[in-house]
Design a protein around this ligand. Structure first.
Ligand code: 16G
Ligand code: MG
Length: 547
């Protein structure tokens, strides 16, 4: 029986001591906090990724160093499983316990525990592929990760600076190479080729250029490369591409800015002209928000819900045109944050499921449909084609030329859309394809349904763990009094809907409210914040209007 390489682990672990008094948690999107305290976490993630690879008989595990849409000073890390999907939930606990072991000797105890409980054969090889976004703290953190991989003797493959979805793509490619599920060439060029070839099959004539806000993040680099591949059909006009300027990442720009402020990034004022459409990526290019100015210069936002509505109805029509609507069930997965109008729009057309926040929940629920469309309102999402659906599309004999065309288009979509995780660049190409096929302007797309006015606020609480939710986070089980007050308040507002949930990424609880009229939503959200402050809020941070 092989054993843990203790000498190397102990020696290298001592170089990366855990900061005292700090507790880390593997949350919704991995570990995420201030970049300069993450060294020990990265080292330990290196150890865990190696064990995870051994568990899969040496299959490649991915590690992405990013803090997505968070401020530039933050950083984070998450693991990617062999099929390019998020780390299985049961291993999140191992990640957390390793990260929190106070000393090297406790760390070794935890490692031994994981090896025993997860039944890991240490004689197996381990392979880990990793990358980072453009954050200044990233390079040093990758070195800590590499020490962890070195300690375990893992084979390392450094992909440098790239987007989160490209990292997921590469992991899937490496692990499917030479099998019947081969996903693509396992290099960045393979990714751009795959997307651009599918895009060219689906686009008949060039649309007007698209303005893209790259959040001053890694998406800028990837979008430039993509432009070289698709420029003859769709020209991307890139803004916020300052990837080496300090302080600008996600600052006043990017998908999260657009969603939370419901405004055009100031840097695009005067750039985006009336009648034009644009989009924003987030800091690691896995979220996408579209927007436009109408002829009267009014700003309109097209979020993940609007993307789900646009894309799912297009796919439903293609499936019908292919004559396969009896065999292929198209479904949509949303979270409680989905605008009530979007849910009503979708429910008339397709089965719709609501799941808790976080990509892993949406992804798994989407796998239950033949074609599962999932998008969070914040712009993260993708469309999954089940293996049996792909088989059917590849083997079905069409009876008419129209059916044949629809089948070819569905197959091209399955190549265009990243099957591993939400991908802003791939989603952007998808949106462009649907807009072109429907001959929609952004205004027409926006008019599929009208969003209910809504408001998202957060309240700082000493202990967000006290908030326990049920029914896909739409109701609180604890504290009971808070839910009772929410129910009583919501009843007073026409079209009212609201929920309170603990954040999975920050020490806050989030409050979402919607109602038929804008002033009423603002009032409802503010009264709900008051309720949370009454029960649990940090009184020193209570804004005056909630007193
Ligand atoms: C993370 C999740 C995102 C979710 C958000 C919620 C992934 C890859 N990302 O960014 O899906 O919407 O967290 O944050 O799962 P919250 O729990 O702080 O509201
Ligand atoms: Mg992101």
């Amino acid at each position: 029986m092989a054993s843990l390489p203790l000498d190397a682990i102990v020696h290298l672990s001592d170089l990366h001591p855990k900061p005292e008094g700090k507790t880390f948690g593997y949350g919704t999107a991995g570990f995420r906090t201030t970049g300069n305290i993450l060294g020990s976490v990265l080292f330990r993630v290196g150890l865990l990724a190696s064990l995870r690879s051994k568990k899969f008989d040496g299959k490649t595990i991915g590690v992405m160093v990013t803090a997505s849409h968070n401020p530039e000073g933050d950083n984070g890390v998450k693991l990617v499983d062999p099929r390019g999907e998020m780390l299985e939930t049961s291993w999140e606990t191992y990640a957390t316990s390793l990260a929190n072991a106070a000393t090297t000797s406790k760390l070794v105890d935890e490692l031994r525990h994981i090896v025993a409980v997860a039944k890991i054969d240490l004689s197996k090889p381990s392979r880990v592929l990793y990358a980072r976004d453009t954050r200044p703290s990233g390079a040093a953190l990758v070195q800590c990760l590499e020490d962890g991989l070195r300690a375990m003797g893992a084979q390392r493959r450094n992909e440098g600076v790239t987007t989160t979805p490209i990292l997921h793509y590469l992991v899937r490619c490496v692990n499917t190479k030479g099998t019947r599920d081969e996903y693509g060439d396992d290099n960045e060029e393979g990714y751009y080729d795959k997307l651009s070839n599918a895009f060219k099959k689906l686009m008949a004539k060039p649309p007007p250029p698209l303005i893209m806000d790259c959040a001053n993040g890694v998406g800028a680099i990837a979008a430039q490369k993509l432009n070289e591949h698709i420029g003859s059909i769709l020209q991307l006009k890139l803004y916020n591409i300052a990837t080496t300027t300090a302080g600008v990442l996600n600052n006043g720009c990017g998908a999260d800015y657009v969603k939370t402020t419901q405004r055009l990034p100031p840097s695009l004022h005067g750039v985006l002209k009336p009648g034009e459409r644009g989009c924003s990526l987030d800091g690691d290019a896995d979220r996408l928000m579209y927007f436009y100015l109408d002829e009267e210069n009014n700003f309109g936002m097209l979020d993940g819900d609007k993307i789900a509505a646009l894309v799912s109805s297009f796919i439903v029509d293609l499936v019908k045109n292919a004559g396969l609507d009896k065999q292929i069930e198209v479904g949509v997965v949303q979270t409680a944050y989905a605008n009530g109008s979007s849910t009503r729009y979708l429910e008339k057309r397709v089965p719709v499921r609501c799941v808790p926040t976080g990509v892993k929940h949406l992804h798994h629920a989407a796998e239950h449909f033949s074609i599962g469309v999932y998008f969070e309102a914040n712009g993260h999402g993708t469309v999954l084609f089940s293996p049996s659906t792909l088989d059917l599309l590849r083997t079905h004999e069409p009876s008419t030329p129209a059916q044949e065309t629809a089948i070819k288009q569905l197959l091209a979509l399955s190549e265009l859309i990243n099957q591993t995780v939400g991908d802003a660049l791939s989603d952007m190409l998808l949106v462009e394809v649907v807009l072109a096929h429907r001959a929609f302007t952004a205004v027409e797309w926006d008019s599929l349904y009208t969003d209910l006015p809504n408001r998202l606020v957060k309240v700082v609480v000493p202990s967000r763990q006290k908030f326990i939710t049920t029914d896909a986070e739409r109701r609180l089980v604890e504290p009971k009094e808070v839910q009772a007050r929410i129910d009583a308040l919501v009843r007073k507002y026409d079209g009212g809907r609201a929920f309170v949930r603990p954040s999975g990424t920050e020490d806050v609880v989030r409050i979402y409210a919607e109602a038929t009229l804008r002033p009423q939503v603002d009032e409802l959200a503010s009264r709900l914040s008051g309720v949370v402050y009454d029960f649990e809020g940090d009184q020193s941070k209570r804004p005056k209007e909630y007193l």
